[in-house]
Each structure stands twice: as C-alpha cells, then as structure tokens.
Ligand binder design. Structure first.
Ligand SMILES: NC(=O)c1ccc[n+]([C@@H]2O[C@H](COP(=O)([O-])OP(=O)(O)OC[C@H]3O[C@@H](n4cnc5c(N)ncnc54)[C@H](OP(=O)(O)O)[C@@H]3O)[C@@H](O)[C@H]2O)c1
Length: 336
C-alpha cells in the first residue's frame, strides 16, 4: 500500500530501526527531526539508500503548532509517528512529557488531514497506556490491546507526581487523543496503535557515546557497568527493537491492521537479574563487575504478544540475543 512513508522520531532508537526496515523493503522514507545534524548522520550512515532517504526539520512539540509538519506530510502515503519525549530526567513533567506527546499527535493528524495522500497513520503508543499499576493477580489475567491505563489526566500532570507516572499519562492521553481524533474527524486515513513494553536491542541511530544511549537500553548498560543493587523492572515484559520495527512496518502495510490496537511483546519474561546473568556469562571482561542477584519474576499476569505477532506477521528474538547484541555494541561504543 505505502511506497512513501513519513517517520517521525526517525533519528531515535525505535524510529531509526523503522527507517531501516522500510529502506530494506525498497520503500522511500522521509524522516522528521528537530535536528538536521542528526539527519545528516543518519543519511551518511546509509550511503546505499541515499536515493530513498530524506529528512525534514520540524519544530519541538512543546509548542502547540510545531513548524514543518505540513511540509513533512506532503506526498506521503503513510505515517509512522514514533516521536514523543521518553525521558525520566525532567523538571516539569506536564511541559516536557505530557503536553508535547499530545501536541505531537494532534499536529501530525491535523497535517495528515490536510492532504489526500495519507491512507494510514501508525502511532507508537506504549504498554504504559495499557497497564493498570493497581491491578494485581491472583487471579491470573492477561493484558490485551483492549485494556487502558486508568490514570486520570489530573494525576499525570500533578507536579507532585514522578516522571514515570507522568510518562504513563503522556502515552495514554496522546494515544487516546489519536483515537478520539479519528472518531471526531473521520479523515481519509485509518489508525493503528502499537503498545510495546520495554524495548531493548542494538542501536542504529546516531549515538555520540555509550553514555547517550536511549532510556531503555541505558538500564542494561548500567548493569554491565556494575549497578549495585540491580535496578528492578516495573513490568516483566519487553520486546526487541528489531521485532518492533517490523511490527510497525507491517502495521502500516497490512490492510487488515487498520483500526487495531496491538500489544507486541516477547513471550519470554525478563528481569534485570536475568540480564545481569546473560552479561556475566557472555562477556568475560565484564563478569567481575556485574552484580548477580536473583530477582523475582512476576508471573501473576500476562501480556498478549501473540495477537500482534500473528496478525502483523513477525517473530520475537530471545532476551539473550537482544541483550548480547546491545552489550557487544555498547562495549565497542565505550572504547572508541
Ligand atoms: N524505548 C522504549 O522502551 C519504549 C517502549 C514503549 C514505547 N516507546 C515509545 O517509542 C517512541 C520512541 O521511543 P525511543 O525509545 O525511540 O525514544 P528516543 O530514542 O528518545 O526517540 C524519540 C524521538 O522523539 C523525538 N522527540 C522527543 N521529544 C520531542 C519533542 N518534544 N518534540 C519533537 N520531537 C520529540 C526525538 O526526535 P528528534 O530529537 O530527532 O527531533 C527523538 O529522537 C516513543 O513514543 C516512546 O514513548 C518506547
């Protein structure tokens, strides 16, 4: 269906993998970014695809009408919208997390509605918009794409709340805004939302040095450097970034995915204790540093990653492969 695709957040961890998955299928890509410097690095790193890859500069989503979006959507058949702030290092959660996440969705959908070419928009939501932190097993239950985080908007923007809670609110209210937008405006495109949990794996976006790894991978590197005690994961679910990229591209291309909300997640559960074991066994030079700690793996509830895999036609990496591939790359980034 789509032969020319706009990817927002294209210089980010997940976005850059989506760019590569599209390019590998011969699909023309326009990336959107606030930084043309990062755009140049993306293009320079892919000389074989210079005829298929271009970038446009867009404004920060902290402003209500970020510049450049109308130019960004011109002529594309599909949009994969991954751009959204993902950091827990904030001073003002509402300004830095919640507002830009929502503004970004509205701005991209408004721009898409003004063209006739866009047929589908895929948005990267998060398991954070699905998870109810107060719901506990037993009895055992399984989250699916039908579940929503019950957090209120007021709770997410409360200045007393943590960045973790505000991030959950940013993802919930940005995604909800997108579904409501479709109901209200019935535009000429449909929507697919992907709600992945923690995403790990090797990076293909510009990263200056290992200290600048994205939020989720930075946790694994922290363990490799000897975090003591180990961090405790809030949920036992994860996905490899390469699998998530294929899920996004297939969500854009497969006719039947329109209007669907998926929770792509690997079948294997993870803990940072398991990650520590994989790092210690796989990297003898790091094994003295890595803290070994048995962490309880929460088995009291599940997350349906099967529906996404079967309907969007992709397989899951093992946690061991994902951790080893990221740490091998992080070690090389660390010594350069
Ligand atoms: N990593 C995970 O574990 C995980 C799990 C579930 C869902 N997600 C979601 O996946 C998406 C991508 O995350 P990621 O891990 O790839 O993060 P990332 O590496 O930080 O990339 C996010 C991109 O979003 C853009 N962005 C951030 N804040 C922005 C703002 N205020 N205005 C405009 N653009 C902004 C940035 O692009 P430029 O700097 O180039 O403009 C950045 O490259 C996010 O929507 C995130 O919520 C991530």
């Amino acid at each position: 269906m789509s032969k020319f695709v706009l990817v927002t957040g294209a210089t980010g961890f997940i976005g850059a993998h989506i760019v590569d998955t599209l390019l590998a299928r011969g699909i023309r890509v326009r990336g959107a970014t606030r930084s043309l410097e990062k755009a140049d690095l993306m293009i320079q790193a892919r000389p074989q695809f210079s005829h298929l890859l271009e970038f446009v500069r867009i404004g920060d989503f902290e402003t209500q009408t970020p510049e450049g979006l109308e130019a960004a959507v011109q002529g594309v058949d599909g949009i994969i919208h991954t751009a959204s702030p993902f950091t827990y290092d904030t001073k003002n959660n509402e300004k830095e997390l919640v507002i830009p996440a929502i503004n970004g969705v509205v701005a991209i959908l408004d721009a898409a509605r003004k063209t006739s070419s866009v047929k589908r928009v895929v948005i990267t939501s998060s398991f954070a918009s699905v998870l109810d932190v107060n719901r506990k097993g037993p009895p055992y239950f399984t989250y699916t794409g039908a579940d929503w985080n019950p957090l209120t908007y007021e709770e997410s923007i409360d200045p007393a709340t943590s960045a973790v809670v505000a991030y959950r609110g940013s993802k919930k209210y940005a995604e909800l805004t997108a579904w409501n937008y479709i109901k209200e405006h019935t535009p000429g495109f449909d929507l697919v939302a992907l709600c992945p949990p923690m995403t790990f794996g090797p990076v293909v976006h510009p990263v200056e040095n290992v200290e600048r790894l994205n939020e989720s991978n930075a946790m694994l590197w922290k363990i490799a450097r000897g975090a003591d005690p180990l961090p405790v994961s809030r949920v036992p679910f994860w996905i490899d970034v390469r699998d998530l990229a294929v899920a996004h591209v297939n969500a854009l291309l497969l006719e039947g995915a329109g209007g669907r909300r998926y929770t792509p997640a690997a079948p294997e559960r993870f803990s940072y204790g398991i990650a520590a074991q994989i790092i210690a066994n796989g990297f003898p030079n790091l094994s003295d540093k890595v803290t070994q700690e048995d962490q309880i793996l929460d088995q009291s509830y599940g997350l349906d990653g099967e529906t996404a895999a079967s309907e969007l036609d992709f397989d899951y990496h093992s946690f061991e492969e994902t951790v080893k591939d990221l740490i091998a790359q992080a070690v090389s980034l660390n010594t350069v």
